[in-house]
Design a protein around this ligand. Structure first.
Ligand SMILES: *Cc1c(COP(=O)(O)O)cnc(C)c1O
Length: 222
């Protein structure tokens, strides 16, 4: 598994080079849903710090068990309103904000002793009914709303697009995300994060400007 980690890091740096990206400009988040505390510990011992979880209950157990580490916990799953309080308490970064209601709850419940909660807005760039994320037409309003929340720090956009087989089709999906980020910047909304790409499409995401890829299977096997 730590072999898997080294291999994935190499793949990422190869992609940075291939697509003219700055070395080290693409961060690696390990998607650890369904993986054990022991597995996470091994990766942490090998130097991995950012882990992403999808389910609050599962994550709480891991966060408690690994409280002595410096792991940076990211929440990457859909957010149910009644879970927003605990998510705001336990995580450093939430990638899946998709409504004003959720943004407000996270803001209102972010504990005063912690820094503002880093967030990405999840965008449904492939416009699929089955996918979570906000519709691109509603993005600007939500981003402006989040920017004004004192206990949130809007960092960027996240997407989990339709998975096409070929690289060019994958790139077209991620390009939509880059275009939306540009639109926000033109509206004075600063962003430094594009959370995009999984084991199956990270190359296309890096080619189109991802700054954080979220990888599970490629590291752990299945
Ligand atoms: C599980 C998951 C990933 C990682 O997917 P893999 O195919 O295991 O690399 C990335 N993003 C989200 C939101 C996930 O739930």
């Amino acid at each position: 598994m730590t072999d898997g980690l080294a291999a994935v890091k190499k793949l990422i740096s190869d992609c940075e080079q291939k697509y003219g990206r700055e070395p080290g400009s693409v961060k690696l988040l390990i998607a650890s849903k369904g993986r054990s505390i022991e597995q996470i510990k091994k990766l942490y011992a090998a130097g991995q710090v950012i882990f992403g979880e999808n389910y609050l209950q599962e994550a709480e157990k891991k966060i408690t068990a690994l409280a002595a580490t410096n792991i940076e916990w990211h929440f990457i799953g859909p957010i149910q309103s009644n879970k927003a309080k605990k998510i705001a308490e336990h995580f450093a970064f939430v990638h899946s904000v998709a409504s004003m209601k959720t943004a407000k709850r996270l803001n209102d419940h972010r504990p005063a002793h912690l820094p503002p909660l880093n967030i990405c807005i999840e965008v449904n760039i492939s416009n699929e009914a089955s996918k979570s994320g906000i519709h691109p037409n509603e993005l600007l309003a939500l981003a402006a709303y989040c920017k004004n929340m004192p206990r949130l720090k809007l960092r960027g956009l996240m997407a989990l697009p339709h998975l096409y087989e070929d690289l060019e089709a994958q790139r077209r999906e991620f390009k939509k995300l880059t275009t939306l980020a540009k639109m926000l910047r033109e509206n004075d909304i600063e962003l430094d994060t594009l959370s995009a790409g999984t084991s199956a499409d990270f190359e296309a995401a890096i080619a189109e400007g991802a700054t954080m890829v979220r990888i599970g299977e490629l590291v752990f096997g299945n």
